[in-house]
Design a protein around this ligand. Structure first.
Ligand code: E4P
Length: 219
């Protein structure tokens, strides 16, 4: 499974871009607002830091304006992925962009039918929002599992991008459910590697090694 980070904070992206663990970045209008940055400048800076796929979201709600905004965004860098809402206008725009070989990420997906339509419209990624379904007492992970089954049934190539990830369990459960990608806030990304038994075991190894008085680097 690929790991994207879900952030508009350039310092966080710089940090993770150097880790070798980052496969992409997703942003949205709320994350741009939180960053306090000019969107076009921010997206250009992100693309100067990483050549992995960077999702940049259109603001328009109608097909014609979405297409114009997508052209501006796609011009920023070759790794731009145009993020579109999963609406009729978003699907029409997705279809047009896929014919121009421009990558797309259909966002705010909450049902199998929306995912099917996105795949049919040529989406590169479809983003089911796991956490927001959990928020209303549904099971976001069920949606990932169901979309996986349907995409496998029809050999649909759109990648399932588990979004609205709120916990480390969401990440491992998305992997078990067959998501191709998880986009993860950096606060959760940092916790993925943590395990108390790793810390405890390492502590003991460090102490025992020190007591041997040995070194590996002799020079
Ligand atoms: C995905 O592309 C979205 O930007 C994001 O995952 C939304 O997450 P939230 O529901 O925590 O806002």
């Amino acid at each position: 499974m690929q790991f994207f980070i879900d952030t508009g904070e350039i310092d966080e992206i710089r940090q993770w871009a150097g880790s070798g663990l980052l496969d992409g970045v997703t942003t949205n209008p709320s994350l741009v607002k939180k960053s306090g940055r000019d969107m076009l400048e921010l997206i250009a800076e992100i693309c100067s830091v990483t050549d992995t796929p960077v999702s940049a979201e259109v603001a328009a709600l109608d097909h014609e304006t979405m297409l114009k905004e997508a052209a501006v965004l796609a011009d920023i860098a070759p790794n731009i992925v145009i993020k579109l809402p999963t609406t009729l206008d978003g699907l029409k725009t997705c279809n047009s962009l896929s014919q121009q070989n421009i990558k797309t990420n259909l966002t705010l997906c909450f049902s199998v039918n929306q995912a099917l339509l996105a795949a049919k419209a040529g989406a590169t990624y479809i983003s089911p929002f796991v956490g927001r379904l959990d928020d209303i007492n549904l099971d976001g992970m069920d949606l990932i599992r169901d979309i996986r089954i349907v995409f496998n049934n029809y050999n649909m190539r759109a990648k399932i991008l588990a979004a609205s990830i709120r916990s480390v369990n969401h990440v491992s459960e998305s992997a078990l459910a067959g998501a191709d990608v998880a986009t993860i806030p950096t606060s959760t990304f940092e916790k993925l590697v943590a395990h108390p038994l790793t810390d405890k075991g390492l502590d003991a190894f460090v102490k025992d090694w020190a007591s041997t008085g040995q070194t590996i680097l002799k020079g």
